[in-house]
Design a protein around this ligand. Structure first.
Ligand code: NDP
Length: 447
């Protein structure tokens, strides 16, 4: 089996070896999906995984815009349309200086499996730009978004490709992008998700990724007759996903003790309660400040510069910042400090060494493509509401989100049992996500 996986990866590397994040995402899938394919006659001779690794289409484009000083700036825009076998391409836009082809292809590849797991009819895609929104004025953000959309609009549409937010793209950016799309196309359609409530958005969409990550942790804990109530939780990041993971974990009786950004983390032994979280939301979403300002307001907390939160004691870890933020050493530290649940809010936050540590220790470990799928699932619900031209209530959307997370959990159990009673959620998510897409591709012929 190892030789089959190695042969496959060698071929992928010949074309993509210069894209480390993409290679990592493919390796993780290959390790679990190839052993499954080998035992299933219908996939023999179809080269199906190789077809899934190659994007259906990838576009890059120039994004020129004028800053507040009147200088012309040039950034690079991207859209990766990875797979449309089960629905229109769907996946976020990331604005961050580290954005490149490797990062976006890994995210688009993960998205294909994640969207399949939601059971909704959505293909996978991802896009964005190396534009850095930090320190930019509101007018600069608007001009950039408008320029970005003057090219992107040719490639997207409500039945073709429906982008959403990701790192650096929240409600404000979606608004500016949507305004320009509507002007260019002269139509009011659900071409983006994460929209404002008065212009086609869905209740619970901003909360959905963070809430879903916690719901998934609850589903895992239930298999051991346990719950998140009373647990000490480490969360990384302080953006959209981290904020709402904190809110839901706290509502369910857990104590969240850390948040972070790319400069360091804060630890509050008393827990980040609703009032403290409201301060963080104002700080990050309105004032666009840094997490270290938390300790000025709450001096009993500590700030640790240049480090991630993984050396702190906890029962549950929810990595909600970015890819590869938990390495093998971090994973060992988490395990030795008593952590026995990891539910990923971010995409691929654990590197391959960390994943292997968690699986070898047989803890409850959920890869992002399963545990953070609540965001895109609720985007799917936003698309449905747009098509129906109606709005569901907060309770309706939240109960559908809970049901979807429970269904994803059940699908992971179906395919992830290692034979000794341990649920390998990586294997479960990869195979369950693969089967639906692969079967649709077989039915649609070689295209
Ligand atoms: P935001 O932009 O709202 O927040 C990102 C957070 O992560 C910030 O606190 C940011 O700190 C931190 N961060 C970003 N890059 C790094 C880095 N290189 N090192 C350390 N910290 C970093 O993004 P989201 O909360 O939306 O996204 C977070 C993660 O969740 C991403 O992996 C994203 O792909 C994933 N995700 C998001 C979904 C969504 O619905 N938004 C859906 C599914 C997954 P700083 O301000 O210093 O940059």
């Amino acid at each position: 089996m190892k030789s089959k996986i190695n042969a496959f990866m060698k071929e992928v590397e010949e074309r993509n070896g210069h894209e480390p994040e993409f290679m990592q995402a493919v390796q993780e899938v290959a390790e679990t999906v190839i052993p499954y394919i080998v035992g299933q006659d219908i996939y023999h001779g179809k080269n199906i995984l190789m077809r899934m690794v190659e994007p259906e289409r990838a576009v890059t484009f120039r994004v020129a815009w004028v800053d507040d000083q009147g200088e012309i700036q040039v950034n690079r825009g991207y859209r990766i349309q990875m797979n449309s076998a089960i629905g229109p391409y769907k996946g976020g836009l990331r604005f961050h200086p580290t954005v490149n082809m490797s990062i976006l292809k890994f995210l688009a590849f993960e998205q294909v499996f994640k969207n399949s797991l939601t059971t909704l009819p959505m293909g996978g895609g991802k896009g964005g730009s190396d534009f850095d929104p930090k320190g930019k004025s509101d007018s600069e953000i608007m001009r950039f978004c408008q320029s970005f959309m003057t090219e992107l609009y040719r490639h997207i549409g409500p039945n073709t490709d429906v982008p959403a937010g990701d790192i650096g793209v929240g409600g404000r950016e979606i608004g500016y992008l949507y305004g320009m799309y509507k002007r260019l196309k002269n139509e009011f359609t659900g071409v983006l998700t994460g929209k404002g409530m008065s212009w086609g958005g869905s209740l619970i969409r901003p909360e959905a990724t963070g809430y879903g990550t916690v719901y998934f942790a609850e589903n895992m804990l239930k298999t051991r007759d346990d719950s998140i109530k009373g647990k000490t939780v480490l969360i990384s990041g302080s953006g959209n996903v981290a904020q709402y993971a904190t809110e839901k974990a706290t509502q369910l009786g857990a104590k969240v003790v850390t948040l972070s950004d790319s400069a360091g983390y804060i630890h509050d032994a008393d827990g980040i309660d609703a009032e403290k979280l409201a301060f963080v939301m104002e700080l990050k979403n309105v004032k666009r400040g840094r997490i270290k300002e938390y300790v000025k307001k709450y001096p009993s907390a500590k700030y640790v510069a240049g480090k991630t939160p993984w050396s702190e004691k906890c029962d549950v870890a929810l990595p909600c910042a970015t890819q590869n933020e938990v390495n093998g050493e971090d994973a060992k530290m988490l395990l030795s400090n008593g952590c026995f649940v990891v539910s990923e809010g971010a995409n691929m936050p654990s590197d391959l060494d960390a994943v292997h540590e968690f699986l070898n220790a047989k803890i409850l470990y959920a890869p992002g493509k399963a545990s953070n799928a609540g965001g895109v699932a609720t985007s799917g619900l936003e698309m449905s509401q747009n098509s129906l031209r109606m709005n569901w209530t907060r309770e309706e959307v939240d109960s559908k989100l809970k049901e979807i997370m429970a269904n994803i959990h059940a699908a992971c159990i179906q395919y992830g049992n290692d034979g000794n009673g341990y649920i390998d959620y990586v294997k479960g998510a990869n195979i369950a996500g693969f089967v639906k897409v692969a079967d649709a591709m077989l039915a649609q012929g070689v295209v």
